[in-house]
Design a protein around this ligand. Sequence first.
Ligand SMILES: [Zn+2]
Length: 287
Amino acid sequence: MSAPIAAFTRHEATVAPIPLVLDSPHSGEHYPDDFDHVPPRALVRQAEDSHVARLYASAPQIGAVLIEANFPRAYIDANRSLADIDTALLADEWAGPIAPSRKTEQGIGLIWRVARGGTPMYARKLTATEVQQRIDRWYLPYHAALQMELDARHRQFGAVWHVNCHSMPARGDTFADDPGRERADFVLGDRDGTTTEPEFTALVAEVVRGRGYTVAINDPYKGVELVRKHGRPADGRHSLQIEIKRTLYMNEATLEPTAGYSKLAADLEHLLRAVRAHVARRIGLAT
Ligand SMILES: [Zn+2]
């Protein structure tokens, strides 16, 4: 028997660590055997932020740690709250708290009810037990790993910066908040300035614009559970969501990287070096 797949992969810093933690919650590609989705795999995979963890592969070389989810977002979404339960999908009672968000109304809560475009994900309802198993086996270990990294660096350096890494379709589909609209190349989300010091968002925007990309802030994505949970700027915990337009680096239908992939990866390395310099300056570390 092959070894069980871990919920996450931790890419440790290869140089002296700095208080910078990246996480990629949506780029997992390991589809569990019991994920009996109805739409073809190619459509279900449209939910993934394909290649995102690989695009930030330079993070360890600047002293950051990168936590990468190995499970697919359509199976259980690490960027949702545990209360974001869609009761329409459940065959029986849910014992825990239920607080469905706007995402659940759109069919993309903790467990996705629909694939991209609105096709139903399942031909059946799920039992509360199997939802709980997904939480225990995948969601909780991922959250624990990220929390541990952030806490360890915060303890060591007195502050920590968190980049929550995503990618987005070039246009919102019918069910998005911005149907049909072409998005900016990068969308930065700090939940309207509440999850980080404003200088961090401004720095990332400036560096990315300097590489020739268009940038929007909190439009249409403000950041969801992971930046909400970890961003407490008053405590020196800064959390920023970065969404990258998928057409910059891949074919959205086939998920194949395009010619733009290497340029984007190089630009992200440049960005991470600028973030490193910012972080070092803020904590008084020599660079
Ligand atoms: Zn994402």
